[in-house]
Design a protein around this ligand. Structure first.
Ligand SMILES: *Cc1c(COP(=O)(O)O)cnc(C)c1O
Length: 390
């Protein structure tokens, strides 16, 4: 298509045509029977994607940051100790949000490109009684993937709530909320869930709901308070009309469409597709002698890749040349090295053909900017690697 651009940033992503069509339907009342059905279905489908049959889902108008805010506002009280396990920009954002609610936060972070070790986490959990810990599943600023399962186990061992920022992972990376006993897993619509920006999505465990019910002080945030939202979620699930704040009707219709597409593919297959595409993509990148931020393949995300520029490549020139080649990518986000790397999102309905197009544009751009390379090399490497797993 003439002028068609590929949006390959880590959110918003390329959306399925059916999801975009769903956005365009005539807006109904938020208590119309058909919309109550759509909302109820969406809550039920979330449980399948999160693998949390026992969880309490929340769908609220807002961004991923609101979902983080909601977890902090409802679960934390003045003076609570919270351990923030950070692997980049969004770990620090969680600390800032928790601090705002009066938490006593401790930030654990590793050297750039590495994730915090389990040993360091356990040593810290031993020092005092932590109310909660937070994990960033995939930190979008570094492309680092953290395995939440053993950390959730540690949280359980030390009677600590586990909160997972899954904004860049839910519906892309492996997740078994109930089996792993994660207390909160939150995300936003515009990332791997595949819906235009505007919805905060959160799943709370029975234990998280109990901790909220047993608060000594009221939730100090009116909009985020589960007291307002829990009856609404329960009503929609029981297919009853209700109102607190007007839901984002068209976005919820689009959410149901996308969740159906996700469940039709199946979460296990979807995770496998993300893994095999990401692996082949990283092989293509490595074949051009480019390095990624994560120091090991095991800690490299499957939803995006963060790549260092080769010496002498200017960030702005690179990204504008890519854009004129119809591939939109993201710059760096980590302030210390902001102009030294770029990020490519590959989550949601991404295909092998999309990634071949990205690698081709990347090679052309590097050549145009005077960086020598053997043209076609990354395409061949990607293709070979991808054929191995498919
Ligand atoms: C994008 C992102 C956020 C913030 O989401 P917004 O919708 O931009 O508020 C938080 N955490 C992670 C890991 C993200 O990727």
């Amino acid at each position: 298509m003439k002028g068609r651009k590929l949006l390959m940033i880590p959110g918003p992503i390329e959306f399925e045509p059916d999801v975009l069509h769903a956005m365009g339907i005539a807006t109904t009342s938020h208590v119309a029977p058909n919309f109550i059905e759509v909302f109820g279905n969406s809550l039920e489908l979330m449980r399948a994607v999160w693998k949390s049959p026992k969880g309490q889902p929340f769908i609220v108008a807002g961004t991923g940051t609101l979902a983080m805010d909601m977890a902090a506002a409802n679960l934390i009280e003045q003076g609570d100790h919270v351990l923030v396990i950070s692997s980049g920009y969004f770990g620090k954002r969680f600390r800032d949000i928790l601090d705002r609610y009066g938490a006593n936060t401790t930030l654990l972070e590793a050297a750039l490109g590495e994730v915090v070790s389990l040993e360091a986490i356990e040593n810290e959990l031993k020092t005092k009684s932590y109310k909660a810990l937070t994990i960033t599943h995939v930190d979008t600023s570094t492309g680092l993937l953290v395995d939440p399962k053993p950390i959730a186990l540690l949280a359980k061992k030390y009677h600590t709530l586990s909160i997972l920022d899954g904004v860049c992972s839910v519906a892309g990376e492996a997740l078994h909320q109930d089996e792993w006993e994660l207390d909160v897993v939150l995300t936003a619509s515009q990332k791997a869930i595949g819906v235009p920006p505007g919805l905060a999505l959160l799943m709370a465990s029975e234990k998280a709901i109990q901790v909220w019910e047993n608060r000594k002080t009221p939730v100090p945030n009116y909009y985020a308070d589960w007291t307002n939202w829990l009856p609404i979620m329960r009503a929609y699930e029981e297919r009853r009309p209700s109102y607190f704040g007007t839901p984002a009707v068209n976005l919820v219709v689009a959410l149901e469409t996308s969740l159906k597409i996700i469940c039709k593919e199946g979460m296990d297959k979807r995770v496998k597709r993300h893994r095999s595409l990401a692996k082949a993509f990283r092989a293509g990148i490595a074949s051009l002698n480019l390095s990624i931020l994560p120091k090991t393949n095991k800690t490299a995300a499957n939803t995006l890749t963060a790549i260092y520029y080769p010496k002498g490549i200017d960030d702005l020139a690179f990204r504008s040349k890519m854009a004129s080649d119809d591939v939109i990518i993201a710059g760096g986000l980590l302030s210390e090295i902001k102009t030294q790397y770029f990020r490519i999102g590959h989550m949601g309905s991404v295909s092998a053909s999309d990634l071949v197009a990205v690698l081709a544009a990347l090679e052309r751009t590097l050549i145009a900017l005077g960086h020598p390379l053997e043209s076609g090399k990354s395409l061949q490497t990607f293709q070979k690697e991808h054929l191995k797993t498919n």
